[in-house]
Structures are given as structure tokens and as C-alpha cells.
Design a binder for this molecule. Structure first.
Ligand SMILES: *Cc1c(COP(=O)(O)O)cnc(C)c1O
Length: 379
């Protein structure tokens, strides 16, 4: 099956009992057993639920992976991955990353004895940071919020030479534009809250993995810790996925138009979008992705919260809000919003400065979006 067909059919066979074409919402906590431990494959919905199972099968198919597990949020999914490590284990992460992931590393798992190092996204920097205790490389590509591209194949090759596993947070690209397992990564993380759900109406997370032993550990943790998605949320995510291909194409088409507009705007000093030929990551992005996605960051010339607020207040269509990947365009101010949990000194060092704006380009008519931004930038 090709990608667009999988979004609609993978894991989603017509219901055996009724013929319902759409996977039903199995809103039940438990399942009748014929005798002790004789049942139809489901005992209790924390452990397994048919709606969630359909979602997990679909996600595994979209990422070309063997196994998938879903969680109540992207961070809950990440929590499960880190819970497979033990005190003393070391993780090397690319420093430009989602603020909540950084907080989970530094404020939740570091006190439990895990060690973290942060490197620039260059392949060589990962190699230099390896210690005997290094167990994982953790990367986003494109990164949040600076849209850097990390060479997943090259980083995975170094990891595997050293018996290290590679986790890729694929939230920004979505499986439509990038499939990290095919590039050599070992595990994919998603915040399904974003492009996969696609409609800004739920919070969810997912893992996709090939290694059976790692999957078994994660499946144990999903059940033992219990941060599963609700049944209705699982159904909403499946429903969102059905239009993932058409949405991603439109997000990208609109983003390229807007990035080009922003690049030529006199009020803007820098545009970060890997789809622009002038972007330093353009060629690498072309190598490992089939498109550039719908996220753009840019810098206002004179940069502080006041200038940013003056832009946000003039916008009539684009909303100032956290999150991304929905059909509606959202704009945000990373240094005080999504990345507010990273200390200022470190934020500045990686380039998440006070003049940085992040835009999640929606699928509205692009002319309306450009008009909105023109109005906002006219100060
Ligand atoms: C939003 C996000 C997360 C966290 O996901 P939640 O669903 O909000 O818990 C992780 N990684 C990236 C890249 C994100 O954008």
C-alpha cells in the first residue's frame, strides 16, 4: 500500500460485528470473559482497546515500522522511552529541541540519575560526546523552533557503531515527509497533538519501533505506568490521519509561499525554512525528506516582546497560541511560550532569542495569510 492509502485503510478494517466502515469508538473499560482468561484478546482498556489498537497499527504502517504504542501525550510517550533506561545511563541530545522535552530530561529524569549532554546538531559533535554509559541519541529533525536538519543516516551510523540507539522526534515532519526508521533510526516519537491529529482538538503521543525487545519493554511500561490515550481521542486521531496526505501537501505549499514572502520583507532579518534554496539545510532536507513541512521561524529586526506583541495584536486570522500542526495557522513566541522552560542563557546560546517568532502555517487560503502577515508587519 502507498502512503495515502495507508492513512485511510491501515489497521482500519470494516468492523467484523456490524460492517461499520469506520473503526467504532469502543468506549469500554473492560471485556466479558467466557471463562477465566478466555476472551477475544482484550481484558481491560489500559492494557488494550480495539480503537487504540487500530490507531497503533495505522501509525506503525505510516512510519514503516513493526510496532507502535500510543500515549496520552507526546511527553508521556517520551517518558516511557526514558523509563527503559537505568540510573547512570547517558543520553546525548541535539540542543535545539522542544522545551518540554528538555524539562522532562533536566527536571524529571536527571534527579533519578540519568545523565544528559546537549550538542549542536552536527554529526561529529554526537561522536565527540559519546561516553561508555551512552545509551541513546535523541534528535528532532527539523528541530523546534529553528528548523535545523540533522543528518539522520549519518548520526545513526555513528550510534550503531557504538551500540547506541537513535530516537527521532518526527513531530515536525510527520511521516508524510520523513520516515526516520528507513533512514536508520531505531525509534520514532510523535506528539500526535500536532500534524497527525491535525485539528488542534486533542493531546496525544506515539512511539514506533522495530526492535521487538524494546517494544516489549515499552508495552509493559505503557500498561504499568498507564498514560494511555482515551478511546475517543484515539478515534479522533485516526480520523485526523485520514486526511494527513492532503493536509501536509497544502501546509507545505502555503509555507513555501509565506517563507518567500517573509524573506523579501524589509522588516524581517532572518527566515528559517528548509524549503528555501537559501537555507543552509536545504540540500540535506532534500536528501532525507520528501518535502519541507509547514513550520517557519523568523526574526524581527528590533527584537523584544513589545515588537512581537505589536505584530500579534494586528493579526486577524492567525492566532497567537502554543502548539502547531493544525489546519488553522498559529503564531507563537518561543522564548516565553514553548521554550520558556529553557533557561535564558541557554536559549540565547542556541538562537532562541527574544526576536524569534514561530509560525505554524495552516491550510487556509494563502493569500489571506499573507495579507494578515503584511498587516501585522506594517509597523
Ligand atoms: C508538542 C511537542 C512535544 C510534546 O508533545 P505533547 O503532546 O504536547 O505532550 C514533543 N516534541 C515536539 C517536537 C513537540 O512539538
Amino acid at each position: 500500500m502507498k502512503f495515502a492509502t495507508k492513512t485511510i485503510h491501515a489497521g482500519q478494517v470494516p468492523d467484523k460485528a456490524t460492517g461499520a466502515v469506520v473503526v467504532p469508538i469502543y468506549q469500554t473499560s473492560t471485556y466479558k470473559q467466557d471463562e477465566i482468561n478466555v476472551h477475544k484478546g482484550f481484558e481491560y482498556s489500559r492494557t488494550g482497546n480495539p480503537t487504540r489498537q487500530a490507531l497503533e497499527e495505522c501509525l506503525a504502517a505510516l512510519e514503516n515500522g513493526r510496532f507502535s504504542l500510543t500515549f496520552s501525550s507526546g511527553l508521556a510517550a517520551e517518558h516511557a522511552v526514558l523509563s527503559t533506561l537505568k540510573p547512570g545511563d547517558h543520553v546525548i541530545a541535539a540542543e535545539d529541541m522542544y522545551g518540554g522535552t528538555y524539562r522532562l530530561f533536566e527536571q524529571v529524569f536527571k534527579p533519578y540519575g540519568l545523565q544528559f549532554s546537549y550538542v549542536n546538531g552536527n554529526t561529529g559533535d554526537f561522536e565527540k560526546a559519546i561516553k561508555p554509559e551512552t545509551k541513546l541519541f535523541w534528535i528532532e529533525s527539523p528541530t523546534n523552533p529553528l528548523l535545523c536538519i540533522i543528518d539522520i543516516s549519518a548520526v545513526s551510523a555513528i550510534a550503531h557503531k557504538n551500540n547506541i540507539k537513535v530516537v527521532v522526534d518526527n513531530t515536525f515532519a510527520s511521516p508524510f515527509f520523513q520516515q526516520p526508521l528507513l533512514l536508520g533510526a531505531d525509534l520514532v516519537v510523535h506528539s500526535t497533538t500536532k500534524y497527525i491529529g491535525g485539528h488542534s482538538d486533542l493531546i496525544g503521543g506515539a512511539l514506533i519501533v522495530n526492535d521487538e525487545e524494546w517494544y516489549a519493554k515499552l508495552k509493559f511500561l505503557q500498561n504499568a505506568i498507564g498514560a494511555i490515550p482515551g478511546v475517543f481521542d484515539s478515534w479522533l486521531i485516526l480520523r485526523g490521519i485520514k486526511t494527513l496526505s492532503v493536509r501536509m501537501k497544502q501546509h507545505e505549499e502555503n509555507a513555501l509561499r509565506i517563507a518567500t514572502f517573509l524573506e523579501s520583507h524589509p522588516g524581517i532579518t532572518q527566515v528559517y525554512y528548509p524549503g528555501l534554496p537559501s537555507n543552509p539545510f536545504h540540500n540535506l532536507a532534500k536528501q532525507q525528506m520528501t518535502g519541507f513541512g509547514g513550520m517557519i521561524s523568523f526574526k524581527l529586526g528590533q527584537g523584544d516582546e513589545k515588537a512581537a506583541n505589536s505584530l500579534f495584536k494586528k493579526l486577524k486570522i492567525i492566532s497567537l497560541a502554543e502548539s502547531l500542526g493544525g489546519v488553522e495557522s498559529l503564531i507563537c513566541y518561543p522564548s516565553a511560550m514553548t521554550h520558556g522552560s529553557i533557561p535564558e542563557e541557554q536559549r540565547n546560546a542556541i538562537g532562541v532569542t527574544k526576536d524569534l517568532i514561530r509560525l505554524s502555517v495552516g491550510i487556509e487560503d494563502v493569500e489571506d495569510l499573507i495579507e494578515d502577515l503584511s498587516r501585522g508587519l506594517n509597523y
